[in-house]
Design a binder for this molecule. Structure first.
Ligand code: GLC
Length: 400
């Protein structure tokens, strides 16, 4: 399928959930613990004997994502530590062959299908537990053909054993070039097995921002309007809610719900997606601070989703009060800084036919002088303290 067609759902979706879950949730110091603390692979492998999540409930994860307004999920089927949450013929280091005796990927996929949310698989190319990969790290040499065959077999398993997959999200590519990873072969195989699946851009040293179906800025949002340095290709910012992807018991540096909603809007205002992460605990539950934030985002989305799904850039920005998104003949002014009564936006080339608040349909009067737009008679108190959305009906499509 042509890329511009197959990516349509992704651009419509705008908001997804990233899930980082694996053995590293047990030491609870983030997903890099094995490498950062230089834990030998034999010692790290012992964690698999303890990894037996009693409260894992894929339905609950999916329902939480849906309640937040998310339209797709990307789960770490295997992170850099090499431990697989799926059944693999070429590895014993999997949740199926150790204590849990479960194919978590299968359960996750089943829940996503049940609730009709799009399915993404994260898969790390690097594998700290594989002797061949370790070898290449120690000698600073290219990965061996055996290792390539190994991971390509696993990707093939992921592409054949779970039905239709919507996103393949690679990572851990940065030590080798596209050629060394033989990523072109990998992509060909995916196109054959999963013709509609989207593939991200982490396929080799030089691939970020160029290869794949979409770019993956990590922990930042490319600047949107008016500087407009946002990439012209499709992109998705992935971001943690605190400072870690994997569960980190001591990390209390949570972003506020306000910050997260602003980030979502900022992505959409620059034509991008927002992939917001959760790091479930070893028992399979999502940490309460993440749950409460997702519920609060969901409450905002319930009222304001129209200003997010399928929306993108406008030809004018949100001035001093916030940001703008748009779809067809409507622009949405996201007012983060409510100053009451009156607002002015400049550089508005469109004729604004009418305006109303998304929260309560209250009509708001607008007038224009040259390309300045005056919005008057706003209530003194913001209907939504985080982001009140004002709908501006345009005379023609957004980029006029
Ligand atoms: C990084 C990290 C990783 C995380 C990922 C998410 O490359 O190595 O731990 O999974 O980015 O984007």
């Amino acid at each position: 399928m042509k890329n511009n067609k197959k990516i349509n759902w992704f651009k419509e979706a705008r908001f997804g959930m990233f899930v980082h879950w694996g053995l590293y949730s047990i030491p609870a110091r983030g997903e890099w613990v094995m490498h950062i603390e230089q834990i030998p692979k034999e010692e790290y492998a012992q964690l698999a004997k303890q990894f037996n999540p009693k409260r894992f409930n894929a339905d609950k994860w999916v329902r939480l994502a849906i309640s937040a307004g998310m339209k797709y999920i990307v789960l770490t089927t295997r992170h850099h530590d090499g431990f697989c949450l799926f059944d693999s013929k070429v590895s014993n280091f999997t949740s199926v062959k150790t204590a849990a005796k479960k194919d978590f990927v299968a359960e996750y996929v089943a829940a996503c299908r049940k609730y009709k949310i799009k399915i993404g698989f994260y898969y790390s190319l690097m594998d700290w537990s594989h002797p061949e990969y370790q070898n290449s790290m120690e000698k600073n040499s290219p990965v061996s053909p055996q290792f390539i065959a190994y991971f390509q077999t696993q990707v093939k398993e992921l592409c054949t054993n779970y039905g239709k997959i919507d996103v393949l999200w690679f990572d851990g590519e940065w030590d080798h070039s596209v050629k060394q990873w033989q990523s072109e072969k990998l992509v060909k195989m995916i196109h054959k097995l999963q013709p509609t699946a989207l593939i991200n851009d982490r396929l080799g040293t030089e691939s970020r921002g160029t290869l794949g179906d979409f770019g993956t800025p990590e922990q930042y949002i490319p600047t949107a309007f008016p500087e407009s340095s946002a990439p012209s290709r499709s992109w998705e910012s992935c971001m943690t809610m605190n400072d870690n992807w994997g569960y980190s018991a001591g990390d209390k540096n949570w972003k506020s719900t306000r910050q997260l909603i602003m980030n979502l809007v900022r992505c959409v205002s620059g034509d991008g997606n927002f992939l917001l992460n959760v790091g479930p605990k070893p028992d399979g539950t999502i940490p309460p601070p993440s749950v409460s934030r997702l519920k609060e985002i969901g409450a905002w989305m319930k009222i304001n989703k129209e200003s997010i799904y399928g929306c993108g850039k406008t030809s004018f920005g949100g001035g001093m009060v916030g940001l703008t998104t748009a779809k067809n003949n409507k622009a949405y002014l996201h007012i983060f800084r409510w100053s009451g009564k009156e607002i002015c936006l400049a550089w508005v080339k469109n004729k604004i036919k009418s305006a109303y608040l998304l929260a309560n349909n209250k009509k708001i009067s607008v007038s224009q002088k040259n390309d300045r737009l005056f919005i008057k008679g706003l209530p003194p108190k913001a209907p939504n303290d985080i982001d009140t959305v004002l709908v501006l009906k345009l005379d023609r499509r957004k980029n006029g």
